[in-house]
Design a binder for this molecule. Structure first.
Ligand code: ATP
Ligand code: MG
Length: 139
């Protein structure tokens, strides 16, 4: 149902630092149901397509390099008001500006290596979920 789903990735920094379990615990404790999930790694082409909206930004090359350097966990999450509530749970892009208790405040190391992704609209949540999962992988 529209408005009830968002898409997330636990990014390579958080995986490398051993935070998968703690982040999933925060997500489920906040009332999100996991309806799809996989442990995977983005190719350069995947990352360039996923972040195409940022391709003119000065940090694009760095972002693609970072997002492809190791495995990620990708997931579709379900909850009322999922997109906005999940953005609130993860906090600001820059962990220095993220509120206390948010996932980025707790687990991110910098504006570039910021532990998690969260979709920014219902439309993008649907596009991003479909980029990562086929219909039979969503429950
Ligand atoms: P995401 O889309 O990953 O959830 P966001 O919506 O908070 O993050 P965006 O503006 O969409 O932020 O930026 C996408 C990603 O690009 C950021 O999460 C971060 O990894 C990287 N990024 C953004 N701004 C910078 C920057 N100034 N320097 C380096 N990397 C950046
Ligand atoms: Mg974004």
């Amino acid at each position: 149902m529209t408005g009830n789903r968002t898409f997330t990735m636990i990014k390579p920094d958080a995986v490398e630092n051993g935070h998968i379990g703690a982040i999933l615990e925060k997500i489920t404790a906040a009332g999100f149901k996991i309806v799809a999930m996989k442990y995977t790694q983005l190719s350069k082409r995947d990352a360039e397509e996923f972040y195409a909206v940022h391709k003119e930004r000065p940090f694009f090359g760095e972002l693609v390099q970072f997002m492809t350097r190791g495995p990620i966990v990708s997931a579709i999450l379900e909850k009322d008001n999922a997109v906005d509530d999940f953005r609130a749970l993860i906090g600001a892009t820059n962990p220095d500006e993220a509120a206390e208790g948010t996932i980025r405040k707790l687990f991110a190391t910098s504006i570039g290596e910021n532990a998690v992704h969260g979709s920014d609209s219902d439309e993008n949540a649907a596009i991003e979920g479909a980029f990562h999962f086929s219909g039979r992988e969503v429950f």
